[in-house]
Design a protein around this ligand. Structure first.
Ligand SMILES: [Fe+2]
Length: 172
């Protein structure tokens, strides 16, 4: 999240809140680009549909953040999220990897869950900041996205445990 970039001014808690939102806004836009590729690369039909569903949700996450910026009277600006850039780059290594399709599915889930956990951390922080700043309207929207990220993470765990990992393990 470029927390130590020299150009950033953190003079108030409000500045920090906006900076966190800008980071999330960039992260979500990167994911909108990455998720269709992950869906295409999925061998398992249920994994493919999980990525497709999360792609649609992620488009909603982008517009929810736009609503939050609007509520705060700020323009929707993004700030390069170095962490999501790296997480997406790791996911892309899987896309171009050769090998067994079931093992690649397990690798896609591994990459996607890192992304979800990163987002859960980001939204949990932003929601808590919004509450502290008395912005219940923003907090409610951020909580909705947080809940969807959490549900996606759980769904990926279930897919991994119930179908993808057992198939991947059969290669060993
Ligand atoms: Fe999201």
């Amino acid at each position: 999240m470029g927390l130590f970039s020299s150009s950033m001014a953190l003079n108030s808690f409000d500045d920090l809140f906006v900076e966190q939102l800008q980071d999330l806004y960039d992260a979500e836009q990167r994911l909108v680009k990455a998720l269709p590729k992950m869906a295409d690369a999925s061998h398992s039909a249920s994994l493919k549909s999980a990525f497709q569903e999360h792609y649609r949700q992620t488009q909603g996450h982008v517009s929810r953040l736009e609503q939050v910026f609007k509520m705060l009277g700020k323009s929707a600006q993004s700030k390069t999220c170095e962490a999501m850039k790296g997480l997406v780059a790791e996911g892309e290594e899987v896309l171009s990897a050769k090998g067994d399709p079931d093992v690649k599915d397990a690798a896609l889930i591994a990459a996607a869950q890192r992304v979800e956990h990163y987002e859960i951390a980001g939204y949990g922080t932003a929601r808590t900041f919004a509450q502290r700043l008395g912005r219940q309207d923003a907090a409610r929207l951020l909580q909705q996205t947080l809940d969807e990220e959490g549900a996606t993470d759980k769904k990926l765990t279930a897919l991994a445990e119930q179908s993808v990992n057992p198939k991947a393990a059969a290669t060993t």
